[in-house]
Design a protein around this ligand. Structure first.
Ligand code: ADP
Length: 300
């Protein structure tokens, strides 16, 4: 039995429908999207749990119901009467999607207030999965606490997997973001950055520079995604590249990176090589971006 614990924030999503001013309620969020795909890809000998905090209201009940129905373990989700879950709304303006968020006071922002909760949730886990968004939503002291727990987990033999998922709007300054991201990279075994974002905020000249920076920070494996361009795998001081399949009909790139990470990790956990796992990640992401929405059941 392999147990994976994904850590972060799941939000209520209100997405437009074909009916004017009518929105469909769903649930999404980067780390949850990856957990959702992992659950669908892995067999019953793998357990996928989610770690977050939610409220005690009906929206929170519905979110837990959604996770449970998806087969994602909710035993380590804290419930707080004083908060609720975050929400975002997708709007379509001439075919372009834009997002509005209401998440400033979400329960998930308190997920690392008590570090014994995460320590307990990681007992018996093999893999911890988190992202730059997981740490961006936390107060500074809590961020240090969560990284310390993950460092202990890694030191004890656990695998820590990190997607930097840079979101400058969630940070007070560029310096806060870049500094915290590299602190998170330092406690990670596998880092899964996307070159385009990294080049913008860290000034990396190419994917090899992105990989070298994360490897130097402490990751044994760095896999650098780059939209439709070449994927670079830096593992045990060797560099390999693969090309994702060319896709002419990209419908919606939401969750391209999240699904890629799930496809890659699921393959790795089932014994694939780094290169085979990267191919599996690209194949899944390729299917996901051919359809609308973050969670595409027919892709798995
Ligand atoms: P993120 O969503 O984190 O920004 P990327 O845009 O780098 O991540 O995409 C992640 C993966 O999704 C890529 O490595 C690739 O496999 C696939 N992908 C994304 N966009 C395209 C595209 N236009 N054509 C083909 N594959 C794509």
């Amino acid at each position: 039995m392999t147990r994976i614990l994904a850590i972060g924030e799941c939000m209520v999503e209100m997405a437009p429908t074909v009916l004017v001013d009518t929105y469909k309620m769903g649930f999404a969020g980067d780390t949850m999207n990856t957990a959702w795909y992992l659950r669908r890809l892995l067999g019953p000998d793998h357990q996928v749990d989610y770690f977050t905090a939610v409220g005690t209201d009906s929206a929170s009940d519905q979110m837990l119901g959604f996770l449970e129905q998806a087969g994602i373990g909710t035993d380590h989700i804290t419930r707080r009467a004083d908060r609720t879950v975050g929400l975002y709304m997708v709007q379509l303006n001439n075919g372009e999607r834009s997002f509005n968020y209401w998440r400033g006071q979400s329960a998930a922002r308190t997920l690392a207030q008590d570090d014994t909760l995460l320590t307990n949730a990681l007992k018996g886990a093999d893999v911890a999965y988190f992202s730059g968004i997981t740490i961006a939503i936390l107060p500074e002291g809590d961020r240090a606490r969560i990284l310390a727990v993950l460092a202990t987990f890694k030191a004890a033999g656990g695998t820590v997997v990190f997607d930097p998922n840079l979101r400058p709007k969630l940070w007070d300054s560029k310096e806060d973001m870049t500094c915290a991201i590299m602190q998170a990279a330092a406690v990670s075994s596998i880092s899964l950055p996307s070159h385009e974002d990294e080049a913008e905020w860290f000034g990396d000249a190419d994917s090899a520079a992105t990989a070298a920076r994360y490897a130097k920070a402490g990751a044994r494996t760095v896999l650098v995604k780059n939209g439709p361009a070449e994927i670079l795998i830096h593992a045990d001081d060797t560099i390999t590249t693969i090309n994702p399949e060319k896709i002419d009909t990209v419908v919606d790139t939401t969750a391209a990176g999240d699904s890629f990470n799930a496809g890659y990790l699921a393959a790795l956990l089932q014994g694939a090589s780094e290169t085979e796992a990267a191919v599996a990640g690209a194949v899944l992401a390729g299917k996901v971006i051919r359809s609308r929405g973050a969670l595409v059941p027919q892709a798995t």
